[in-house]
Design a protein around this ligand. Structure first.
Ligand code: GLC
Length: 577
């Protein structure tokens, strides 16, 4: 056992933890979404029932009892709608159907009814900022005249310069290069440009057009009528563009730069957005069982994100500032207090998230010290490789700490198995448009999307009966298989089960928060939520545990350390005060 950072005589009795005043009081609202834990399923990579190498809806339905048993409240399904799959389904060609790749509408109905019988709500991923260039509305716009109602559904504009060869403005695609693509007229001559914040196959809708608004209201009702428990709203912050589409000298994704605050970005956070969300909220409120709206609003600073979840707006928003936070005690403490202050100001729950399908998984990220990774990027074979042992220890610790915070939480499939990314995936397998549009300069997100392992001695680690897998799994993947972890009481899977059960029993999601001051332990973050002490050691040496009855710890050896009054390095624990 390593030497403790403090004097080796530190014990639970002289632990230097001083409780500070409460900064977040318990929630008075008892609605399910204020404390919900929502599990993200990425259908391509969850479970393949046919052997095609692509996960599918029947595969999800078959495994739902295991997800329900984990103790989550809902699943969020990434898109399964008909799509040419140029952006893994975020390029939708029909919002009210099922891509044959994933099954049929009947499969979707079976999934919804099975989830309901298991007490799981199903959150559908709606992609309103853009559709696929194969969507019938865009196809109609392509053959229509400039200025026609069909073109007004999108952002079509004439090019600049004598030949119209220069795009209408300087906006960039978030996947790289210009955000404008020029179309050809029916006679083959070059025509207007259309705007796409993402790939050229993902034209942006013109949300100022009431016909677009009507189209999506109908889509929301379609899925609510089918039994959906709510919606995750893709790129919610970009739906409206500033009138006149002025040039922008800041970062394409709005990341603040000197002179270019996020608030000035003409393609993000336009005030007109909020009328649409208010309308959507009214629609959800017409349905029983409180369907929710969750914004993928990548907005800065946190105080502005509160506008998305103010009364009458969405129920929740992802907390990307929390997700972006490095393994750093002070940064983590600030983001937690800023988050609670921002969301408390509008009486909305804070949500917490560590991984999703757009960012390197936290077990990989935290294995790289001090390397900032952003949404949309991953770790590739030419990058420094993470220390996976360290990453896993920190992933388990950060998850336990996160689940002990008041508010809601999002989990990404496979994190309950402690999965990291495939960081050595060969270029020839990559499918992310970010990689393709930047000629490989940005590695993209394929590494965090690899099909998950279910059985250690089955083809494709139990993902697919044929052994096919749309992205190859990395060497050693079977060691993380669910079947092995089910047998091992120290596994990451058991940690998630125990944490979710206790979180619910102790009412942590609706709880309060007070920080502990512990100046002698600069790498330890401790908070109190009701009667529970939640402590995270971000340092590389063991430290004194606060006094209390040990309830749960993140590492397999946590109990041995606790017997000596210690919390080991890169570990977390919950105690009863
Ligand atoms: C969101 C999705 C991402 C997708 C993008 C464009 O950020 O999470 O996967 O590529 O929107 O739809």
């Amino acid at each position: 056992m390593d030497e403790p950072a403090q004097s080796s005589t530190s014990s639970t009795n002289d632990a230097p933890y001083e409780l500070q005043p409460v900064t977040h009081i318990s929630s008075t609202g008892q609605q399910w979404w204020r404390r919900a834990v929502i599990y993200q399923i990425y259908p391509r990579s969850f479970k393949d029932s046919t052997g095609s190498g692509m996960g599918d809806l029947a595969g999800i339905t078959a495994e739902l009892p295991k997800i329900a048993a984990l103790g989550v409240d809902a699943i969020w399904l990434s898109p399964f709608f008909p799509s040419p799959q140029h952006d893994a389904g975020y390029d939708v060609s029909d919002y009210r159907g099922v891509d044959p790749l994933f099954g049929t509408m009947d499969d979707a109905k079976t999934l919804l009814s099975t989830a309901k019988s298991l007490g799981l709500r199903v959150i559908i991923d709606i992609v309103p900022n853009h559709c696929s260039s194969e969507h019938h509305l865009f196809k109609a716009a392509l053959v229509a005249a400039p200025g026609s109602p069909d073109r007004e559904m999108f952002h079509f504009a004439d090019g600049l310069g004598e030949d119209g060869n220069t795009p209408p403005n300087n906006w960039q695609s978030l996947f790289g290069s210009s955000g404008w693509t020029r179309v050809s007229n029916p006679d083959g001559a070059p025509g207007q440009y259309y705007f796409h914040l993402f790939d050229a196959t993902q034209p942006d809708f013109n949300w100022r057009n009431p016909a677009v608004q009507k189209e999506f209201e109908d889509t929301l009702r379609f899925w609510l009528d089918a039994g959906a428990g709510g919606f995750r709203i893709d790129v919610a912050h970009a739906m409206f563009k500033k009138l006149g589409l002025p040039d922008w000298g800041g970062a394409p994704d709005g990341t603040p730069r000197p002179g270019f605050p996020f608030a000035d970005a003409p393609m993000f956070g336009q005030p007109e957005l909020h009328h649409v969300f208010a309308r959507w909220r009214e629609i959800c409120d017409e349905y029983p069982d409180e369907p929710v709206l969750c914004a993928e609003a990548n907005v800065r600073p946190l105080s502005r994100l509160a506008d998305w979840v103010a009364p009458g707006q969405m129920h929740q928003s992802f907390n990307f500032d929390f997700l972006r936070t490095l393994w750093d005690r002070d940064a983590l403490a600030s983001v937690i207090s800023d988050s609670l202050a921002a969301f408390d100001s509008v009486e909305a729950p804070t949500t917490w998230v560590l991984s999703n399908h757009d960012v390197s998984r936290h077990a990989s990220r935290f294995g790289l010290d001090g390397v900032a990774l952003d949404l949309g990027d991953g770790i590739g074979p030419r990058d420094p490789q993470p220390d996976m042992g360290l990453g896993l220890a920190r992933a388990r610790a950060s998850t336990l700490f996160m689940l002990g915070l008041p508010g809601g939480a999002y989990l990404y499939q496979g994190e309950e198995l402690g999965l990291g990314d495939h960081t050595t995936l060969e270029d020839r397998y990559r499918q992310d448009p970010t990689f393709l549009r930047t000629d490989g300069a940005r590695i993209g997100r394929d590494g965090c999307r690899v099909p998950i392992p279910w059985a250690h001695d089955a083809p494709a680690a139990g993902f697919s009966p044929s052994g096919q897998s749309w992205l190859p799994q990395p060497a050693g993947w079977e060691e993380f298989s669910r079947d092995l972890q089910e047998q091992d009481p120290h596994s990451t899977l058991h940690l998630y089960h125990n944490a979710l059960r206790l979180r619910s029993e102790l009412g942590l999601g609706l709880g309060s928060l007070a920080f502990y001051a512990n100046p002698k332990l600069p790498e330890v973050l401790a908070i109190r939520n009701g009667n529970t002490i939640n402590v995270l050691n971000l340092g590389n040496s063991p430290v004194a545990l606060p006094a209390g009855e040990l309830l749960l710890f993140s590492s397999p050896t946590g109990e041995d350390y606790a017997a000596q009054g210690l919390l080991e390095a890169n570990a977390a624990a919950w105690l009863r005060a």
